[in-house]
Ligand binder design. Structure first.
Ligand SMILES: NC(=O)c1ccc[n+]([C@@H]2O[C@H](COP(=O)([O-])OP(=O)(O)OC[C@H]3O[C@@H](n4cnc5c(N)ncnc54)[C@H](O)[C@@H]3O)[C@@H](O)[C@H]2O)c1
Length: 263
């Protein structure tokens, strides 16, 4: 067995001594990943367009764990902002070994109502930004002889979604193609690329939406495990794919949906 796996099984922190960039860190799954990764010994680079919430989260995590936590406000739909993000990382000399491409989200617009502008915005946030960040991170990882990329796709990308629009489904399916392609090309540089596909998960945004529509009970009962997922349960899967426990896993997508895709 790989010595690093023994270390993990013996209870050593899974990603101790590494630094992880997590996008969309100010809320939901990204926030859960930030807490979990820091608790497991990683330093963090937190990225989100909501700079105030991000900075507050960064100081909370740093105070609670003693980890180094950088917070960099970035609009991931803007290429110049992504360039600025990487410039800051090189200026602050913050090499990182893990990228979690988590920022994303959809709109429930009907297929007949989606404009070209809205299509481009959803694709830009959910797919183009994942490509741009992964490409830049891969250049950085290549110099350091390896790294791990975890992309948040969705059950919508594996199937369809009754609530999100077709632009979201297309972007999340695109993330799965991008994951496989990058995994194949980057394996030679010891860079692993995997995806996580959550079903319905209790991020603040989704819970609010279900409460407004009064659909929580029916959503819970439509899932084989009888409930929607918890953001920490998705974060745990991201941690697995970012750590040496999954050292021989690349190009994979992990379903985290309480069994919803079996139906
Ligand atoms: N929650 C679910 O049920 C669910 C299900 C399947 C897939 N997902 C995917 O998981 C990921 C996280 O989902 P969530 O529900 O935790 O989301 P969320 O809406 O709770 O949080 C998303 C975060 O991304 C940030 N963000 C949005 N646009 C941005 C931009 N242009 N630049 C930088 N940051 C931006 C937001 O400010 C927010 O903090 C997304 O990719 C989502 O598509 C979520």
């Amino acid at each position: 067995m790989q010595p690093s796996i023994w270390k993990c099984l013996e209870g050593a922190s899974l990603i101790c001594g590494k630094r992880a960039m997590i996008t969309g860190a100010a809320a939901g799954i990204g926030k859960a990943c930030s807490h979990l990764f820091a608790a497991q010994g990683a330093d963090l680079i937190l990225v989100d367009c909501r700079e105030q919430e991000l900075k507050a989260l960064a100081s909370d995590i740093a105070a609670a764990t003693g980890r180094e936590v950088l917070a960099i406000g970035t609009d991931l739909t803007r290429e110049d902002d992504i360039d600025r993000l990487f410039k800051k990382i090189s200026e602050t000399n913050s090499p990182f070994q893990i990228l979690v491409n988590n920022a994303g989200g959809g709109l429930p617009t009907d297929i007949f109502e989606i404009t070209a502008d809205e299509w481009n915005r959803v694709i830009s946030l959910n797919l183009t930004s994942v490509f741009l960040l992964s490409q830049k991170a891969a250049r950085h990882f290549r110099e350091q002889a390896g790294g791990a990329i975890v992309n948040l796709s969705s059950i919508a990308g594996r199937s369809t979604s009754p609530t999100a629009g077709c632009h979201y489904t297309s972007a999340k399916a695109g993330v799965l193609g991008l994951t496989r392609h990058m995994a194949r090309q980057l394996a030679a540089f010891n860079i692993r690329v995997n995806a996580v596909c959550p079903g319905v998960v209790n991020s603040e945004r989704l819970v609010r939406r279900m409460e407004e529509r009064g659909t929580r009970k029916s959503v819970d009962s439509s899932i084989p495990l009888g409930r929607i997922g918890d953001v920490d349960e998705v974060a745990g899967c991201c941690l697995f794919l970012a750590s040496d426990l999954s050292g021989y896993v690349t190009g994979a997508s992990l379903d985290v949906n309480g069994g919803a895709l079996m139906l």
